[in-house]
Design a protein around this ligand. Structure first.
Ligand code: SAH
Length: 216
């Protein structure tokens, strides 16, 4: 895991530090994910109009009817993947690229899908402008079947009506899938662990409201 490229001083360290303290007080355990979040400049992933709220624990619009999720939700979801810096990760819903930046710093490689072309281009530009994420492959597609192979971890940043079971077949042994699934009103964030013997364990790790996962 190389986070040196994230450590550029940008005058926002103190306000990010306060955000991390707030997340810690909300019961999010410290560790690699919060450490990385203390360095990622969230204000650069939203438009100027929302920058003053970039370090509040709220979701914010990113255009095209989409949102960047709350920092606490992103922290919980990424932590649930138990990444150690070597995993192959699939992200569905690049959005602003904020979560992609975090994933890139705590895993081996990331394949990130975004169905909205403008968001796909913008996230790539923002992340390359920051000089990191060489371990990320961005894909403009709404269909995760466009990439083959198994993944150690899959994270879905948009809310599914029902669990797309095909995602489970893309997990390798001990693979983890984190995905919000509709409960009729909002979404329950589910974690699925595929054991060595192929059986799957399900756990609920939180709830939130997400923009919809659009499947073809
Ligand atoms: N975590 C993101 C939030 C993205 S919002 C961030 O940090 O900004 C969810 C994104 O999922 C939206 O950009 C939406 O266009 C995208 N999306 C929805 N369904 C998708 C699909 N099937 N494949 C790829 N992207 C999808």
């Amino acid at each position: 895991m190389d986070t040196t490229c994230l450590r550029k001083p940008d005058g926002m360290q103190l306000i990010r530090h306060n955000m991390i303290n707030g997340l810690f007080k909300k019961g999010i355990p410290s560790g690699a994910v919060l450490d990385v979040m203390s360095a990622v400049p969230r204000h650069l992933f939203v438009s100027d109009a929302f920058r003053y709220r970039a370090y509040d624990d709220i979701s914010l619009p990113i255009g095209f009817g989409q949102t960047i999720s709350k920092p606490s939700v992103i922290a919980r979801m990424v932590q649930a993947l138990s990444l150690t810096g070597v995993e192959r990760v699939m992200e569905i819903g690049t959005g602003s690229g904020y979560q992609t930046a975090i994933l890139s710093a705590v895993s081996g490689t990331v394949v990130s899908f975004e169905r909205i072309e403008s968001l796909y281009h913008r996230a790539r530009t923002v992340l390359s402008g920051m000089g990191f994420c060489s371990n990320v492959t961005f894909i403009h597609s709404g269909d995760f079947r466009d990439i083959d192979g198994l993944f150690d971890a899959i994270i879905v940043a948009a809310g599914a009506d029902i669990l797309p079971v095909e995602l489970l077949s893309r997990l390798g042994p001990n693979g983890r899938l984190v995905i919000p699934v509709s409960d009729g009103e909002g979404h329950r964030i589910k974690k699925y662990l595929k054991r060595q013997d192929g059986t799957v364990m399900e756990e609920e790790i939180g709830e939130a409201v997400f923009v919809p996962l659009v499947l073809n």
